[in-house]
Design a protein around this ligand. Structure first.
Ligand code: ADP
Length: 400
């Protein structure tokens, strides 16, 4: 069965076509700058590469282009749209309702809509993607995979904020956590690397990309994670602050007369590695600057990795026993420096990495970088959220 995985953003559609159950990628592409005067349509497949610059008026037109790229002309990997057996959608916020992947029906659509207030930037485009895809492919089963679902196993001691309970009961203010599909994927791969059943392993998984989060996993289930009601909480990120004293917000309002919108922009888009360095949100660039002795880049990377280390420490306390610490995503997979700084001094907790193995990791390869005397394994595992979505989608669609 061919499974189309869609990740629909406010002005883009990213997609991959999978051959299931093998998991082979038959095509990968994106439509960007939807609604702008000039858009871009790109696709790579064995049949050949496509790149066109043209106006893409809206998401409906965008999905038309995706289906055309997949099914028409000599660079199309499919002969007909009828070959698409199922569509899997990435949906950011599933609230408390969705604890796992679901087949989409009108009720699911209504519930995703209801969660839009919790993720105003993400759920509306995800929902638009679902509506457009259901319109274009009405007979094909469609599946929603939620970023929050994996973390729904957290106990209330981990997900409650210490604010009046009415905020939870009336407004659903609580920790939800994100990147769940990635944490779930690397947890399964981590268990496989340890040759143990997932239900028997305790892990700390560090998803370090432009957005970063860390999760504590006990017996294969998420029991805590660093992102909260929104993806702003937790680790230092490319442009997001992560944890701050919330009183800073009132202080900026009072002293600088900043509006909520301005503070939101400051904490989400101008903070993190970018704010600390004043130079870049990109770890590669910061590493290059650091090598040249740049103090701003050094400071940014030090704050970033110190925060990761603190979370590893607190999640070790929460879990008691840690079978493996996992690094994944753009930075986690590719930066020996970040892994090394984040693990420095953790020998006391049984975590120690072998520097030669750490710097020898081959891109895209699952690697154990722990030193022989490390009590917890330290693993580098390339994440693949799309493959996880394809696999969930196939599992539900093949029986529907
Ligand atoms: P997103 O959250 O946008 O999916 P990614 O997971 O792609 O982000 O991660 C992007 C981050 O990964 C950037 O900070 C980038 O600098 C970093 N990165 C990618 N390759 C390397 C590398 N070889 N060394 C260090 N950092 C890297």
């Amino acid at each position: 069965m061919k499974v189309l995985v869609l990740n629909v953003g406010s002005s883009s559609i990213k997609y991959q076509l999978f051959d299931m159950p093998s998991g082979e990628v038959a095509a990968k592409g994106k439509v960007e700058r939807i609604g702008e005067p000039m858009g871009i349509v790109e696709q790579k497949s064995k049949a050949g590469d496509i790149r066109v610059e043209e106006k893409v008026a809206d998401h409906g037109v965008g999905l038309d282009r995706v289906i055309e790229c997949l099914t028409r002309g000599d660079k199309a990997p499919l002969k007909s749209v009828n070959e698409i057996g199922a569509v899997g959608h990435r949906v950011v916020h599933g609230g408390e309702k969705f604890t796992k992947t679901v087949l989409i029906d009108d009720e699911v659509v209504a519930e995703v809509q209801a969660n839009s207030e919790l993720a105003p930037l993400h759920n509306p485009p995800n929902l638009l993607g679902i509506k457009v895809a259901r319109g274009h492919l009405p007979k094909v089963p469609q599946v929603a995979v939620f970023d929050t679902a994996f973390h729904q196993t957290m106990p209330e001691t981990a997900y409650l904020y210490a604010v009046p309970m009415s905020l939870y009961h009336e407004l659903k203010v609580r920790r939800y956590g994100f990147h769940g599909t990635s944490h779930r994927y690397v947890a399964a791969r981590g268990a496989a690397m340890l040759t143990k059943p997932l239900e028997k392993v305790n892990l700390i998984t560090c998803h370090l990309g432009n957005g970063s989060s860390i999760a504590a996993i006990r017996d294969g289930k998420s029991v805590d994670t660093s992102m909260g009601l929104t993806p702003l909480e937790g680790l230092v990120m490319g442009t997001r602050s992560g944890d701050i004293d919330p009183a800073i917000i009132f202080y900026l309002g009072r002293v600088k007369k900043m509006t909520n919108r301005e503070i939101d922009d400051l904490l989400n888009k101008k903070s993190g590695l970018l704010g600390l360095s004043g130079k870049s949100n990109d770890v590669r660039e910061l590493e290059t600057l650091r090598e040249k002795g740049d103090k701003d880049a050094t400071r940014a990377l030090d704050v970033f990795t110190y925060r990761i280390k603190k979370y590893i420490g607190s999640y070790t306390a929460a879990l008691g026993r840690v079978d493996a610490l996992v690094f994944t995503a753009g930075i986690g997979e590719n930066s020996p420096l970040v892994r090394s700084l984040a693990c420095a001094g953790l020998d006391v907790m049984g975590v120690s990495i072998d520097q030669a193995k750490n710097s020898g990791v081959v891109r895209g390869r699952e690697t154990d970088i722990s030193s022989t005397n490390s009590r917890s394994r330290v693993l580098v595992i390339p994440t693949d959220e799309e493959k996880m979505i394809a696999s969930d989608t196939y599992a539900l669609a093949k029986n529907s």
